[in-house]
Ligand binder design. Structure first.
Ligand SMILES: Nc1ncnc2c1ncn2[C@@H]1O[C@H](COP(=O)(O)OP(=O)(O)OP(=O)(O)O)[C@@H](O)[C@H]1O
Ligand SMILES: [Mg+2]
Length: 229
């Protein structure tokens, strides 16, 4: 069964006296363990789709079903809970907390929600994540002492901290040079392969699209092509 399913989704943004029909009848399924890219030019609707998948927004029409829950029928509290339990986010501009070091940034989401684990268990898990993204030597560095690629590695580890089933990334490589961007996507791919975490990322970079096993190509709010490799 699909872990995420969109059925004839529309998103209309009111804009003054007019409106923008940003998503115009999009349907697709994502299976658990997918490594999927939402590709398309600027304005095609990539961020809008990721916001719908991340329960940051709800569709104007159609359904977004995540882990068998239709996001339009959930209360705010249920949405917050689903998001925390199920989804990890990676941002284009990293969004790390500047005064926290690498370890503390990764720990941060674990301090927000319910946390049944002991401190020692938490420390072992964060140390494991730090090793996983190759930042062992930078454990106590702050974001401003790291390169862009290293910052995005911290953001990946932070997204994984709550053990989400799905990680969403809106143009995670846009602020990186192309070589570093490719390495970041390859790291995500490795985690996808090793742990089965589902990754959904948007990009307009063709080289990075090639690393995905499932590509959804958007243009003007519609799917123009879907490829599975
Ligand atoms: N909050 C909003 N209010 C009004 N229109 C919006 C809003 N957000 C997005 N849009 C419009 O919806 C369409 C899709 O925007 P979206 O941000 O999803 O595109 P995108 O593919 O992510 O583009 P980019 O590659 O530039 O990030 C665009 O026409 C945009 O202007
Ligand atoms: Mg965007």
């Amino acid at each position: 069964m699909a872990i995420v399913s969109l059925q004839d989704v529309h998103k209309i943004y009111p804009l003054g006296k007019t409106s923008v029909h940003a998503i115009q009848g999009v349907s697709f399924d994502i299976q658990e363990g997918d490594f999927i890219s939402i590709a398309g030019p600027s304005g095609s609707g990539k961020s809008t789709i990721l916001n719908l998948l991340g329960c940051i927004d709800v569709p104007t029409d159609g359904s977004v079903v995540i882990d068998s829950h239709n996001t339009r029928t959930l209360s705010d509290r249920e949405i917050t809970d689903l998001r925390h339990r199920f989804i990890g986010f990676i941002f284009q501009s990293f969004n790390l907390v500047p005064v926290l070091n690498v370890y503390e940034n990764i720990e941060f989401p674990l301090l927000l929600g319910k946390n049944s684990r002991s401190r020692a268990e938490r420390r072992d898990w964060i140390d494991h994540l730090i090793d996983e993204v190759g930042l062992g030597e930078w454990r106590t560095h702050r974001p401003n002492e790291l390169s862009g690629g290293q910052r995005q590695r911290v953001a990946i580890a932070r997204a994984l901290a709550t053990r989400p089933r799905v990680v969403l990334a809106d143009e995670p490589t846009a602020n990186l040079d192309s070589k570093t961007g490719e390495k970041i996507i390859e790291l995500m791919k490795k985690i996808n392969r090793d742990q089965g975490t589902t990754f959904i990322f948007s990009t307009h970079d063709a080289t990075i699209v090639d690393i995905a096993d499932h590509v959804i190509r958007l243009l003007d709010g519609r799917i123009v092509r879907e490829e599975r490799r």
